[in-house]
Design a protein around this ligand. Structure first.
Ligand code: 0CH
Ligand code: SF4
Length: 335
């Protein structure tokens, strides 16, 4: 989308000085950057169209821009012409999808985030040792489908803390929990605590499944929310980690919190009497969309912007191996 018309929100007086607290880290994580760059590189190398199974990341702006460059997003590999290039999204795929692409003679480029692949490997290993895996995550989310698909006979999905009270297992002495990478840390710990009350021998994953980027964005918005009357989260409705940021803000002091895709969705009534606005963005959100929100806020008198940084991030993943032939490495995408 073009830059939104400025002056969308009126500059009305409020008690106290108007200011913005801008959470950091926010926006793109290493896995999203790598996945978006992978589609761009595939387009450069092979030319359009490059097919992508599911949204490469859950952000409408990213998907629209890549479509304009020649990416074609499909739901399943059977929609891809035989022999064509197909990119698997950052959220990962089950072995059945890999097999289906192979059966169709597709050239697959796997943009699954390495931190999602790590959880897949854990699922494979615990299943091989005949553990029952309680996979904490949202049923129907692509990442959960992909991870569960590694060991369908050993995985039971636990959608919520309440489900921890009712889920049944075969052998309570041989059970482990794993999780989706983009959940609320606090809610997941509540689920685990409730599971452990019922299954004291429950094992934990060897290392955190909720990834560094998800955790860092939640820590930052908690600090911002403690001082903000209103929190704006930039991110798409199907972006799990973005939606979690709204919930975390509300649970940690924000009086109101809203998720928007674009600055022109800001509503006048959200700002009534508000002096301090918190702003953040999900892991799949390009920074340009945050800048457009800050421009609208600036016009409304929220010109004093203070960044609240709770962690530094410098992780970069190398590109999928199928794109590494020229020695290219992942780097900041142009979006
Ligand atoms: O937060 P979810 O998992 O819905 O996905 P996203 O918004 O595309 O963010 C990137 C995470 C990709 C997989 O961990
Ligand atoms: Fe990888 Fe975490 Fe980003 Fe998901 S949110 S793509 S697991 S770094």
């Amino acid at each position: 989308m073009d830059a939104p018309a400025r002056g969308l929100i009126e500059n009305r007086p409020v008690a106290g000085a108007k200011r913005v607290l801008l959470a950091a880290p926010r926006g793109y994580c290493a896995g999203v950057d790598r996945a978006v760059v992978a589609v761009e590189k595939a387009l450069e190398r092979y030319g359009a169209p490059v097919y992508v199974r599911k949204q490469i990341v859950h952000n409408i702006h990213v998907v629209t821009e890549l479509e304009e460059k020649g990416a074609v997003f499909v739901e399943e590999v059977d929609e891809v012409p035989e022999g064509a290039n197909v990119v698997f999204s950052a959220h990962g795929v089950s072995p059945a999808v890999v097999q289906a692409a192979d059966d169709r003679g597709l050239h697959a480029i796997d943009a699954t985030c390495p931190l999602v692949t790590k959880v897949h490997r854990e699922a494979v290993r615990f299943a091989r040792d005949d553990y029952e895996i309680l996979l904490i995550g949202h049923e129907g989310h692509e990442e959960v489908e992909g991870t569960a698909g590694e060991a369908p006979d050993h995985v039971t999905i636990v959608n919520s803390p309440d489900e921890a009270d009712t889920v049944e297992v075969r052998d309570p002495s041989k059970v482990v929990w794993l999780s989706q990478t983009t959940l609320s840390v606090d809610e997941t710990m509540e689920t685990v605590n409730r599971l452990r009350k019922r299954f004291p021998q429950l094992q934990s994953p060897p290392s955190d499944d909720i990834c560094y980027a998800t955790q860092n964005r939640q820590v930052a918005i908690k600090k911002v929310a403690a001082e903000a009357e209103l929190v704006i989260v930039v991110g798409s409705a199907n972006s799990s980690n973005s939606v979690r940021l709204v919930e975390v803000a509300l649970e940690n002091g924000a009086k109101a919190a809203y998720r928007i895709d674009y600055a022109d969705e800001l509503q006048q009534e959200w700002f009534d009497g508000v002096a301090t606005v918190g702003v953040t963005s999900g892991a799949s959100v390009p920074e340009v969309l945050v800048r457009q929100v800050l421009d609208v806020l600036d016009d409304a008198g929220y010109s004093d912007v203070e960044e609240i940084r709770t962690a530094e991030e410098d992780l970069i993943f190398s590109l999928p191996k199928e794109l590494r032939g020229d020695g290219a490495r992942g780097g900041r995408s142009s979006q």
